[in-house]
Ligand binder design. Structure first.
Ligand SMILES: Nc1ncnc2c1ncn2[C@@H]1O[C@H](COP(=O)(O)OP(=O)(O)OP(=O)(O)O)[C@@H](O)[C@H]1O
Ligand SMILES: [Mg+2]
Length: 278
């Protein structure tokens, strides 16, 4: 069976459709001259009168790795939903760099324009090899069938090899993605985002269900991305957060409760009371 046949057997229409969409040009013109790549200002989101986000203010610097922690229901996932255009806030503003108003853009354009999001359940193509999955993810302005049937450019191949090394799956490049371990599938999905060169990467609870060794690998992977990408990591695993943390933001009831180094927030009495003291 060709990769194409295997893909036809398992494809999910929405998944393929996403990869076929053109890449908007604005992603190349993000203005970070003032430092931040993301500006979330006074954002509120209500669900049936309940405020999931309550005047949230968050600034992410270009190239930084930010950890977001906080109790269940604090609004962490909702914050990611707002940045990626999945949920529209009732009030507030969200900017990508200084000039790109994310509230005016549809979800798929935000994703294709440079803000990648890794969901908890990997959306990889199990019937394709690791390499083919990455290849497919490079399909930006070309038709997906074209991508699978034509050779990659030297530049594209170099980037795929680079990403394979980064995610640690070079030895598995030609294995079916369906045969990977839980952790390896998560890395592959991060790889599929990376080949699209996102400026910002959002990852929600990346180490849930991973073995200790997989957690360590994920920590190395995410820290190695900082600088080239801005990375926002939401996680409850405090040992993991401590191992990667630079600046940590604590969310509580839809607002920022504390922000600073891991030591600062861990010793903050308010944070201990609502979260770490549990
Ligand atoms: N679509 C929705 N409809 C109604 N309520 C929602 C919706 N999405 C989220 N909520 C509520 O908003 C609050 C914040 O949820 P959110 O998922 O953002 O929390 P979280 O910080 O990600 O929590 P967790 O650590 O458990 O993942 C919760 O009380 C949740 O029940
Ligand atoms: Mg959540």
């Amino acid at each position: 069976m060709t990769p194409l046949d295997r893909l036809r057997e398992t494809w999910r229409r929405d998944q393929i459709f996403d990869f076929m969409l053109p890449k908007p040009e604005f992603g190349k013109a993000v203005d970070t001259s003032h430092g931040p790549i993301l500006y979330v200002e006074d954002v509120s989101v209500s669900f049936d009168g309940f405020k999931a986000l309550n005047n949230l203010n968050l600034y992410i610097d270009d190239g930084e790795l930010r950890c977001i922690i906080g109790p269940n229901g604090a609004g962490k996932t909702t914050m990611m939903d707002v940045i990626t255009g999945k949920t529209r806030p009732d009030t507030g503003s969200v900017y990508f760099g200084q000039r790109i108003d994310l509230l005016k853009l549809p979800e798929h354009e935000i994703a294709r324009g440079g803000i990648g999001r890794k969901f908890q359940k990997p959306t990889i193509f199990e019937a394709l090899s690791v390499f083919e999955n990455l290849e497919l993810a490079t399909a930006s302005d070309k038709h997906v069938w074209y991508t699978l049937n034509h050779d990659l450019s030297a530049e594209q191949r170099d980037r795929l090899d680079e990403v394979l090394t980064l995610i640690g799956l070079t030895p598995q490049a030609h294995q079916d993605a369906g045969a990977l371990s839980h952790g390896q599938k998560q890395w592959l999905e991060i790889g599929m985002l990376l080949v699209q060169n996102p400026r910002v990467l959002l990852v929600d609870e990346p180490v849930a269900g991973m073995t200790g060794e997989e957690v360590e690998h994920t920590a190395r992977l995410l820290t190695s991305l900082a600088g080239r990408h801005s990375v926002i990591v939401v996680e409850h695993d405090m040992a993991f957060v401590r191992s990667i943390a630079r600046k940590v933001t604590v969310l509580h009831q839809g607002s920022v409760l504390a922000e600073g180094s891991m030591d600062q927030v861990q010793n903050d009495p308010r944070v201990i009371e609502v979260y770490l003291g549990e």
